[in-house]
Design a protein. Structure first.
Lengths: 232, 497
């Protein structure tokens, strides 16, 4: 999951595209996935894979979506084939009852549902992986609706949370390592020991997070955030 | 007049260069909210355009507080009792926005990583320029000026510490400040990176940037043309004489004299007590790209080593050369992939984490991550419980006395200063009476007196038969202790006796 939220940068169509354009493209893919049938889903599926490969994130993309393939796709297929009787494009699923249907139609219906979910989920993951969230926030800040933009405070919060959440993952890893070095390995502890261990993890994590929050606030002040209106 | 003493003139009066007073500190006293004592006491000084001022002093002497006052963070961000005044280009900083002041006086914080918000230097600079309402083309110009064009679009995550720091400096300088304040810029750098920093500072000063350098590193401070010494919040000494940096008086002000090699005790040859760890063809690589290393690239490459009981070994090498990875194998934080590692005659993989922690202590560079109890007493108790030692007052007191932290016994470890935290973490790690103590830059947060004390303590520890493995970029500090030096280079370990 960490990889989905951690933007690393790279080269390729998706990295070169502006965040606004990419958002529009994402919405088009979603519309495609929600409206059209099997062949459209297959086309979108291949488009996602090709775009991921062209942008050099195919490996990371398949790694991050593997649980979707392992868990969700078979589950949808099973539900479609065994429970809903393979009703394609049924708007009213009704009460789910055991009604196995092993026909080609049922299989295609199952695949369509699985691909539809993949197109929605996969395109969102690809968007997240290849979009610099801070550049996206900046772009949002420029958007004006009825002459008014997003409040600076909201963008500040977005920048702040985004940077902090990436660093918290690293902190947790560092603290667990430090605790292991002192002999506290949660894997070796009893249930009570594990609970105590997690509490022990929170103390340095909170301290470090508070300290970092202050440092980041200082850094944003230094960088003149929110200063645009002050004349030079 | 050489580069370091040259001043850039802003006005010419009757044919003479008159430097402009850029920062004027007038009778400044400041106490942080809730603090008992003032961090600064009636400090008066000035920084002129073209100056290169080095601010030195022991821990807690007020160096960073003064730097923060010079760029307006005090009193406009950090509140407290503020007396006197600070003027930047003749204008009081009181009541101004910090960003308005940093247009003229930029600051590189000690933890410069906190100044990074965007993935690449290009975006970082564009963000600052956008905030300040300045043209975006300045980003490229600054990168070109500082010679970091090749890093312009490189992700920070793949950069070395030195490269990252240079890019943060670029993000400060792109708005065109007259002065640059740097707070302990060398503390996380390896020798080569420190050398690069020196060259960069010389270049910037030569080009006319006023430099204010806050540091413990006397060698770096010697680049300056004015030296300020703070002592318990007071400006104790201000001089232009570089010779003062080599004097005994310098040490009395809590600053390591230049070219000083602290030798506490006579070097004693250790008794042959056997080996504590044997690396036999150990190799290691991460299964994902990490810290500038490609996926599968060897971090340790066929390492053969022996660490002896009662010996002090230094582990040197550039950032990213594999020092920490090697040390983490000894405490089972990383598992051996190829080769064999024995600790006290047993394969390291056969130890439980608790067992290995009894025999090998590890002091991290960031001690706050290691402390997770509510009081110092509980930290020591936790360590003693690992070795099933009787939790007696005497046992706890022994550790506290040894490290001089008895007064802190009921304090919350997270509320202590950097140096105090390090001592508590060291006490907690050593309470288990380990056979091997791994110390990662143990002097990083310490001032000169603190370093001397720690050196004395490490000597006593070694005398008692504990092996020391010290990861450092400053081998000169441990000259009187060391028996063996290991230099890591691209995952290979070379022994230098």
């Amino acid at each position: 999951m960490k990889g989905i939220f951690e933007f690393e940068g790279g080269e390729g169509i998706l990295f070169d595209m502006g965040p606004g354009t990419k958002l529009v493209l994402l919405l088009i893919v979603w519309a495609f996935a929600l409206i059209f049938g099997f062949f459209a889903q297959v086309a979108v599926f291949f488009a996602i894979i090709i775009l991921a490969a062209q942008s050099g994130v195919l490996g990371k993309f398949t790694h991050e979506t593997k649980w979707f393939w392992i868990m969700t796709v078979p589950m949808i297929l099973v539900i479609q084939v065994l429970f809903t009787g393979g009703q394609v494009n049924s708007m009213d699923p009704g009460i789910i009852s055991f009604a196995p249907n092993f026909s080609m139609n049922a299989l295609v219906a199952g695949l369509t549902s699985a691909l539809r979910l993949f197109c929605l989920f996969g395109s969102s993951v690809l968007f997240s992986m290849t979009t610099n969230p801070l550049a996206f926030a900046k772009r949002l800040g420029e958007v004006k609706v009825f002459g008014r933009g997003l409040p600076q405070g909201l963008i500040f919060l977005f920048i702040f949370i985004n940077r902090a959440s990436a660093l918290v993952f690293a902190d947790i890893e560092g603290i667990r390592e430090a605790q292991k070095a002192r002999g506290l390995d949660l894997g070796e502890e009893s249930v009570l020991g594990k609970i105590k261990g997690y509490v022990a993890l929170l103390i340095p994590l909170l301290t470090i997070s508070f300290e970092r929050a202050e440092k980041q606030a200082v850094a944003l002040e230094i960088k003149g955030f929110g200063l645009k209106d002050v004349p030079e | 007049m050489d580069d370091t003493t040259k001043r850039v003139s802003s006005k010419t009066l009757v044919g003479r260069d008159i430097p402009e007073k850029l920062i004027d500190v007038r009778e400044l006293s400041f106490a942080f909210d809730g603090a008992r004592e003032k961090a600064l006491k009636k400090v008066s000084t000035s920084v002129f355009t073209g100056d290169f001022v080095s601010i030195l002093g022991a821990n807690g002497s007020g160096k960073t507080t003064l730097a923060m006052a010079m760029c307006g963070l005090i009193p406009n961000f950090f509140f407290g009792s503020f007396e006197g005044d600070v003027l930047v280009k003749g204008k009081s900083t009181l009541g101004l926005k910090v960003g308005e002041i940093t247009r003229d006086v930029g600051i590189l914080l000690q933890d410069y990583n906190s100044q990074i918000f965007f993935p690449t230097p290009m975006e970082e600079m564009e963000f600052v320029l956008d905030n300040m309402g300045l043209p975006q083309k300045r980003a490229k110009e600054t990168a070109l000026r500082l010679g970091i064009s090749h890093l312009f679009k490189k992700p920070f995550a793949t950069m070395s510490e030195g490269e990252k720091q240079k890019c943060v400096i670029a993000s400060i300088l792109c708005v065109g400040p007259k002065a640059l304040i740097l707070d302990e810029p060398a503390s996380q750098l390896d020798p080569k990176e420190r050398c690069d920093l020196r060259e960069l500072l010389k270049k910037l000063h030569g080009e006319g940037t006023t430099i204010v350098l806050v540091t413990h590193d006397t060698e770096l401070a010697a680049l300056g043309n004015r030296f300020m010494f703070l002592w318990k919040g007071k400006l104790q000494k201000e001089t232009r004489e570089r010779n003062f940096l080599s004097s005994e008086s310098c040490a009395k002000l809590g600053v390591e004299p230049l070219n000083d090699t602290p030798v506490i005790k006579k070097k004693v040859k250790p008794k042959n007590l056997g080996t504590v760890a044997i690396f036999d063809g150990v190799s290691f690589s991460f299964d994902e790209a990490k810290k500038g290393k490609a996926k599968g690239e060897k971090i340790l490459d066929d390492v053969d080593l022996e660490l002896n009981l009662g010996e002090c070994t230094l582990l040197l090498g550039a950032n990213g050369s594999g020092k920490t990875t090697l040390a983490k194998h000894l405490i089972k934080l990383l598992g051996t992939q190829e080769g064999k590692l024995e600790v006290l005659g047993r394969d390291v993989s056969t130890y439980s984490q608790r067992e290995i922690a009894r025999n090998v202590a590890y002091l991290f560079q960031n001690p706050e991550r290691q402390l997770f109890k509510s009081t110092v007493r509980e930290e020591i108790e936790f360590s003693l419980s690992l070795v099933d030692e009787e939790l007696s007052e005497r046992a706890i007191e022994k550790v506290l006395l040894l490290l001089g932290i008895k007064a802190l016994i009921n304090r919350n470890p997270q509320a202590l200063s950097g140096g105090e935290k390090q001592r508590v973490a060291l006490g907690a790690a050593l309470a288990t009476k380990p056979k091997l103590a791994i110390l990662d830059e143990p002097m990083a947060y310490l001032d000169y007196p603190g370093r001397l004390e720690l050196l004395d303590y490490l000597f006593a520890l070694k005398e008692s038969g504990v092996s020391l493995l010290i990861i450092t970029h400053h081998p000169e500090w441990y000259k009187s202790l060391v028996q063996k030096t290991i230099v890591m280079e691209r995952g290979k370990a070379k022994i230098r006796k």
